[in-house]
Design a protein around this ligand. Structure first.
Ligand code: PEP
Ligand code: MG
Length: 677
């Protein structure tokens, strides 16, 4: 048996989506996986039992892994936890609950305050999605579900339960796909969590046990899920407690199927309304008519409930945790909902209405300006232009990047294709995905990075031998050169996709010119074999030796892209995911900046361009220094595109260059950060 511990670094702890990622991975192994937190223990393959542990940010959990593949399972799970359980850094930041309104700063979530100033009645809750809505109240009352409690016999009820699960799974997958295609690809994963709850082994065995004791399938599901929701609500971490709403949503869905009540979207009046409800379920959020739902006010719920996450993704102003009084507000009365302040004013006065109209106009103008400028170029006040591209990991991201105003893709991490697949994706599968990504970018350049696995990113079917020091081992270009057929298939797929738009190819982890020459030769032979046109080829600068030899490499490559994440880890010899050291692995260390300066100088001397695709590109303190060092392109996550563009528009290049010059002379990263404040 393997026993090991890990610290959960996700800012919101093991909430639904990271827990789902963990369970999804755990289920791929035969070994029994148990997780201990304090004196509680959970089945590592049961989402519900993991959620019930209430694991918060910074908590240490212990894994007990027992079975034939315990080693592989431990390596994979440990890696997943170090990598943030599927939450990229930006997502993790985005997942922070929004600031509560001043009225709720007393520690109680969603403190309630009524102000009777003779004006309209104001109810205070917690801001959940920004924006101002003015319209009539519509009380959304959940339908009563009448369930059959009489059992038709154990076998019959088991069969009914299975059929209902299959139906619910189909409905949820359709909901997820519909939402993903409309507006919120990453938020659509909420419904994967619901599917997971349906298949949770602990839930299923409890339901079967209830059926075996003579309960109907409906009663078994209702009692089992009610019990789990009640347990979750007791957790002190409000974020985890909010997951009870997901269990209730799944419970309603399956009970409606079992009782033969059609699951239809709640009907809204045929004019815009502010929906008021005790709790709006994620299913309601995904199906309610968005043209008519202009705002949401919930008596219960918190800012990190899935309904709130969806409201933000869909751009619908929302206030949550407003307390019971909102339920008593008359249907059809006029109201103002302010999602920034977390307030709902019922029956507003004329003065309140005109103030709200002004606030609404201002908000809409700010949004419109930001949206309009997100597609405008980023030019400093003294006329220096920097290209802002996006880092992506799939087709949905590509669409998000194009919509966010990215001027191209600076880094397509192709690993997603290989890591998420049980076998190596075929050349044709790869080609189709690369082609779709290039097409989605509508003529903007896409830089695809060849497979960067090994080290911290193992892939089961590649049968990689365990290494003592994987980050210094066979990763990135080293692994591909040792498996030339794998790289050749990827290069063929990429070269074929290049016929559909401006695709560029870059190679990760180049430490030595011989590696570059070998992959260049292979790329050229693939190109000739396919009769494909020239494709610009570049390398990542993420190993110090490549930065130090940039003058030599620059003569041979078409471009450089600096991977500051790895360049920092290898320059400072600090594991970028080390729970203690990672915080000190700062890309603003002058040692790293000197390597960047040297790379830029070497490239520009021979007319080549340099991008940065590490996290530092979007760090508000690093952006001016990197621009000042002369990089031509910054590639950041799609949500950061407009922010980085705005930061560049606010800066003066001559000043940035002067600060960057001083930064190179600083003694450490802390001094650099003082400079760039
Ligand atoms: C980097 O190392 O900075 C980089 C962008 O590559 P990755 O984070 O995928 O290793
Ligand atoms: Mg890297």
């Amino acid at each position: 048996m393997k026993q090991w511990s890990a610290v959960i670094r996700n800012p919101t702890g093991l909430h639904a989506r990271p827990a789902w990622t963990l369970v999804d991975a755990a289920k791929r192994f035969a070994a029994d996986i148990r997780i201990q937190h304090g004196n509680q223990s959970a089945n590592g393959k049961s989402l519900i039992s993991i959620l019930a542990l209430g694991v918060e940010h910074g908590a240490e959990i212990t894994f007990l892994v027992n079975g034939v593949d315990e080693n592989e399972a431990s390596v994979a799970l440990e890696k997943l936890i170090y990598e943030g359980l599927g939450e990229p850094m930006d997502m993790q930041n985005a997942a922070q609950p929004q600031k509560e309104s001043s009225n709720s700063s007393n520690g109680t979530p969603a403190a309630l305050a009524h102000q009777s100033s003779g004006a309209g009645r104001e109810v205070r809750g917690t801001p959940a999605a920004p924006g101002v809505a003015i319209g009539r109240i519509f009380q959304l009352v959940p339908p009563q579900i009448q369930i059959d409690t009489a059992s038709l016999g154990v076998d019959a009820e088991k069969a009914r339960s299975q059929a209902a699960v299959a139906q619910a799974q189909t409905d949820l997958a359709a909901l997820r796909d519909d939402l993903a295609s409309r507006a919120a690809p990453s938020e659509a994963a909420i419904f994967d969590v619901h599917i997971e709850i349906l298949h949770d082994p602990d839930v299923r065995s409890q339901v079967e046990a209830c059926i075996a004791t003579g309960q109907s399938a409906a009663a078994a599901w209702r009692n089992t899920l009610h019990e789990h929701a009640t347990e979750l609500k007791k957790i002190s971490d409000p974020l985890l407690a909010e997951r009870a709403a997901d269990i209730n949503d799944v419970s309603n869905r399956i009970l409606r199927i079992l009782s033969g009540q059609p699951i239809t979207a709640p009907q809204l009046p045929n004019h815009p309304v502010i929906v008021v409800a005790r709790d709006v379920t994620p299913s309601d959020m995904a199906t309610l008519d968005r043209r008519r739902m202009i705002g949401i006010c919930m008596a219960d719920g918190g800012p990190m409930a899935h309904a709130s996450i969806l409201a933000r993704a869909l751009g619908i102003p929302a206030v949550v945790g407003s307390g019971d009084d909102v339920i008593a507000l008359a249907d059809g009365s006029m109201a103002i909902l302010n999602g920034m302040e977390g307030s709902l004013i019922a029956n507003p006065t004329r003065a309140q209405l005109s103030a709200a109209e002004q606030a609404q106009a201002k908000w809409q103008e700010q949004r419109a300006q930001a949206a309009a400028l997100s597609h405008a170029p980023a030019t400093t006040q003294d006329g220096h232009r920097v290209e802002i591209a996006a880092n992506i990991g799939g087709i949905e991201d590509a669409r998000g990047a194009a919509a966010a105003g990215a001027e191209g893709v600076g880094l397509l991490r192709t690993e997603f294709l290989f890591v998420d697949s049980p076998t190596e994706p075929s050349e044709q599968t790869q080609y189709e995905i690369y082609r779709d990504i290039v097409t989605a970018m509508g003529g903007a350049p896409v830089i695809a990075r060849t497979l960067d696995i090994g080290g911290d990113k193992p892939v089961a079917y590649l049968d990689m031998s365990a290494e003592k020091n994987p980050l210094l081992g066979e990763r990135g270009i080293r692994l591909c050169l040792n498996r030339p057929d794998l790289l050749r298939r990827q290069l063929r797929a990429l070269m074929r996709a290049a016929a559909h738009g401006p695709l560029r190819i870059m190679f990760p982890m180049v430490a030595e010119i011989g590696e570059w020459r070998a992959v260049r030769a292979m790329a050229e032979s693939v190109r000739v074999e396919l009769g494909a046109p020239e494709v610009p080829l570049g390398i990542m600068i993420e190993v110090p030796s490549a930065a130090l030899m940039a003058d030599v490499l620059a003569r041979e490559v078409d471009f450089f892209s600096i991977g500051t994440n790895d360049l920092t880890q290898y320059t400072l010899a600090m594991d970028r995911q080390h729970p203690v050291l990672a915080a000190q692995a700062d890309a603003l260390h002058p040692a790293v900046l000197r390597l960047i300066a040297r790379t830029v100088e070497a490239a520009h001397a021979v007319g080549k361009w340099v991008g940065i695709c590490g996290e530092a590109a979007a760090d508000p303190q690093a952006t001016p220094i990197l621009v000042g060092l002369g990089v031509d392109e910054l590639s950041v996550s799609p949500p950061s595109v407009s922010l980085v563009k705005a930061a560049i528009r606010a800066m003066n290049f001559a000043q940035a260059a002067s600060i960057a010059g001083q930064a190179l002379l600083c003694a450490n990263a802390a001094e650099v950060r003082v400079l760039s404040k």
